[in-house]
Design a protein around this ligand. Structure first.
Ligand code: HEC
Length: 136
């Protein structure tokens, strides 16, 4: 009798593990990217987009911002940044972050904090990994 109950216990435990594993693998697929408008990201932004000129950073470390600046100056950079932050908030557990998480100051210089670039690269890597395996 003792033997049977211990076998049953093992079966139950195995089933419980299987159920847990299934729940983990069955995580909902990452939400599809929705269109983000320039003003739709909900960041703490001033509204003087019309006055923005070319980007201030000379030596770009990220392709994302470099391309945006080349195409549309600071306004375009702001837009990709907003989308990036929104994406990170939605898909990574980064908490309640905003532009000042990485920037000491916003317009017009957008100076970076010491760890601003590292943080950006980390999020970008994690977002790319999510994209590659959405149902991870
Ligand atoms: C995770 C960190 C991070 C967050 C959060 C972040 N930024 Fe950035 N931002 C950067 C980095 C890093 C650069 C410089 C990229 C480079 O050197 O290629 C940058 C550059 C920029 C630039 C270009 C500045 C210039 O003139 O050269 C703008 C504009 C900008 N960010 C706006 C924003 C706005 C607006 C937000 C909030 C919606 C934001 N950033 C949030 C990391 C961040």
């Amino acid at each position: 009798m003792k033997r049977i109950s211990s076998v049953l216990l093992t079966i139950c435990a195995t089933a419980a593990i299987a159920v847990t594993a299934a729940a983990v693998t069955a995580a909902p697929p990452a939400p599809t990217d929705d269109a983000v408008t320039a003003r739709g990201a909900g960041a703490t932004m001033d509204d003087d987009d019309e006055d923005l000129g070319p980007c201030k950073h000379g030596d770009f470390k990220t392709q994302l911002v470099k391309d945006a600046c080349a195409e549309g100056g600071q306004l375009a950079a702001k837009q990709v940044m907003k989308r990036f932050v929104k994406d990170a908030k939605k898909k990574l557990a980064v908490g309640n972050v905003n532009c000042n998480t990485c920037h000491d100051e916003l317009a017009p210089e957008y100076t970076l904090k010491d760890d601003g670039l590292a943080r950006f690269e980390e999020w970008q890597k994690r977002l790319a990994a999510k994209k590659a395996a959405p149902a991870e």
